[in-house]
Write a protein that binds this ligand. Structure first.
Ligand SMILES: *Cc1c(COP(=O)(O)O)cnc(C)c1O
Ligand SMILES: [Zn+2]
Length: 449
């Protein structure tokens, strides 16, 4: 029986399919433990006739919701009243044409685009999701929020928690966290707890803590968060004059972004607002390549929602037996148990997607090439271009296909990675500083040389 509310939550497992009202706070289906989706009765929502109608909002940017790059698409994620919608000006991001890089990759120069999400208030795409999660938190009157984080989630959470006056507790693993990110969580007043374990351990702990203490969880398990991340795709389409690209390429960590993108395209197609769905490439780091192994080696598929849980369970049992720890310079995607795995499989199904993994050296080379275009990013984001090189080489992506890569985080999130790369003169794209004596003639000679 269809739910009567305009908005409701629904378990993604077709065998379960339980429905819940949008005021309830879960991060997993209470009936079966699977992931939850936000669903809309579209008939009861007044939608624009065509996507380009959203352009009208540019004229009314003094309205904070029309200014927000998330909420100006609000009809497509209208799960709360306008008064509950939180915004700190997220989503003012750029789809930049990258002709030089395209030519370097042997592509048609007019065909490569970089969606630079580093321009968000906290410097990563996470703000797209956090604005939505905190709007729901405000709607349900949450008093405290928490997340496990490799860094960017905590920076974004701390920012939005402050904006609605709720507590923010961050769970980080010991060891690798980029300092740019940690500095934000601390500066924005987040309560930072460092757990003796890695991200995957933190992710397990934070779920139990949130259940026990009734804290609002803002990891990408939170289905409301993913609604906000759908708008990254709308802004790409907008940047292409309301045309759909041929390919979307995104790094894969906890797989929230890829999941949200697939949901966005499925909905837009269903609503007749787009006539075709782009293909999706999700790129793992080789040191954190669960998705790649499960899909490419073990043949795991969405399969109409009937995902083969046995394949997943035995894969994780092997990781445990080997005491495996994800390990990559791309700390934002250093995750071996992606919580949104099943939703990502669904996105791959919707978008006829592919997955692959790329080694750290290739990520760092790609990062330097992106930087040389004048748009810096952090290592995880550069997995997109590193992956694209493989997809061009094996013919999966045509050189005349229009490709949009999502640059998920700002260059300054992880300056250590950048400085280390450029300091080593031997790297293909390194640009090390040159030493010179404190002497005018020598400096001039050097510059002229
Ligand atoms: C969180 C994050 C990712 C991973 O995104 P998922 O949605 O977890 O797959 C990639 N890059 C950056 C910069 C991130 O902050
Ligand atoms: Zn269920």
């Amino acid at each position: 029986m269809a739910h009567k509310d305009q908005v409701f939550q629904k378990c993604i497992n077709p065998q379960c399919g339980s429905e819940f009202d949008s005021h309830q706070v879960f991060f997993k289906c209470p009936a079966c433990g699977d992931l939850l989706d936000i669903k809309y009765n579209w008939d009861s929502i007044e939608l624009p006739k065509k996507l380009s109608d959203f352009s009208n909002r540019w004229a009314t940017r003094s309205n904070r919701l029309d200014f927000s790059g998330v909420w100006r698409f609000r009809e497509l994620l209208n799960f709360c009243d306008d008064e509950h919608k939180v915004s700190v000006g997220e989503g003012q991001t750029l789809l930049q044409s990258a002709c030089g890089l395209a030519a370097d990759l042997g592509m048609n120069p007019d065909c490569l685009f970089l969606q630079y999400e580093g321009m968000n208030p906290s410097g990563s795409f996470k703000d797209n999701g956090m604005t939505a999660a905190f709007s729901h938190a405000k709607m349900v009157g949450a008093a405290a929020s928490a997340c496990a984080s490799t860094g960017n989630t905590s920076a974004s959470m701390a920012l939005y928690a402050h904006s609605i006056g709720v507590k923010a507790t961050v769970f980080i693993g010991e060891g690798k966290i980029a300092f740019g990110k940690l500095s934000q969580a601390m500066d924005y007043g987040g309560h930072t707890i460092q757990v003796a374990g890695d991200f995957d351990d933190c992710m397990r702990q934070v779920q139990d803590v949130c259940t026990e203490l009734n804290i609002y969880l803002v990891n990408s398990l939170n289905p409301f968060r993913l609604e906000g991340q759908k708008t990254i795709m709308l802004r790409i389409i907008e940047g292409l004059g309301w045309e759909v690209p041929d390919w979307i390429i995104v790094p894969g960590g906890n797989l929230g972004n890829s999941s949200a993108f697939g949901k966005a395209f499925a909905e837009l197609k269903e609503l007749g607002l787009i006539d075709r769905v782009p293909r999706l490439a999700v790129i793992n780091a080789s040191g954190a390549n669960t998705l790649t192994e499960l899909v490419n080696d073990k043949g795991l598929r969405w399969n109409g929602g009937d995902v083969d849980q046995q394949i997943i369970d035995s894969y994780y049992a092997n990781l445990d037996a080997a005491n495996y720890r994800a390990d990559t310079i791309a700390s934002a995607i250093e995750i071996s148990r992606p919580v949104n795995l099943k939703k990502c499989l669904r996105a791959l199904d919707v978008c006829n997607g592919v997955v692959l993994d790329v080694p750290d050296e290739e990520i760092l080379d790609a990062k330097a090439q992106i930087g040389a275009c004048g748009l810096g990013c952090e290592p995880a984001s550069a997995a997109t271009i590193a992956g694209l090189k493989h997809l061009l080489a094996d013919g999966t992506v045509d050189k005349d296909a229009r490709v949009a890569c999502v640059l998920t985080g700002h260059l300054l999130k992880d300056p250590d990675a950048t400085v280390n790369y450029h300091s080593k003169a031997a790297r293909e794209f390194s640009n090390p500083p040159v030493q010179v004596d404190n002497d005018l003639q020598k400096i001039i000679a050097l510059i002229k040389s």
